[in-house]
Design a protein around this ligand. Sequence first.
Ligand code: ZZB
Length: 261
Amino acid sequence: QEYTGIKIQILEWPAAAKLTLDKAAVDTEGKKISFIAATLRPETMYGQTCCFVSPNITYGLYEISPTEIYICTSRAAKNMSFQKITPVRGDAKLLAEIPGRELIGAKVHAPLSVYREVRVLPMDTILASKGTGVVTSVPSDSPDDYATVIELAKKADYYGIDKEWASLEPIPIITTPTYGDLTAVAIVKELKIQSPKDKELLTKAKEIAYKDAFYQGTMLIGAYIGEKVEIAKNKVKNDLIAAGDAFVYNEPESLVISRSG
Ligand code: ZZB
């Protein structure tokens, strides 16, 4: 599986994370520190409304260069180390470990998003065994993301977040003849999905959403307005990479098979 690793840069740490980093004596001064979200949909990055981490996963800060640090699972860092992403082959230098729940509320910059600053929010359904353990939220085009932000806004207190963090409007990114301008919103309604726990329905919704956008979709925003998604996808990806905001991240085949089993 080929993902695009999107760099979602930290602008402001939550207090709990700051404490942990201080204890680990991590020097963050003047460094670019980014969550790495693994996505199959780089063309939807205009519509990012938040960045998800799992409250139940421990993340690592990995030194990528003297000035750059990535946040992801250790499993992903190991994979990256065999893809010329870390300085030393087979090695990712761990600077500190940090529990996902301490990262919630961080203020971040998601490249291309129409929202200049977004927040890190919890997503319970993130798998540690897939991607980087970080998921960027595009509620307009990802049924899982839409179901999750609705749940978070509904039960903000329970999740320990500000309701506004989960209440940014989905942005129309892609239009299709079948589902209109907000594919995920339309499919979640059509399948009567009630919560992020409706696993089977969400799997079905995701498949429909992928196919619909890829084969029928046209871009409504960004540098490739009016172009087919099929074509724009790689152009947006290449632009993100050229700008230093993304890189190609491959997942070993065996892991791709095991995650669905
Ligand atoms: C942004 C995005 C926008 C995504 C969209 C999808 C969609 P797949 O198809 O099963 O391989 N993802 C990445 N890592 C994880 C993880 N560890 N646990 C749970 N979800 C994860 O899933 C790949 C997609 O699932 C990725 O692409 C990511 O969300 C999420 F409009 O990134 B995506 C119809 C889907 N639309």
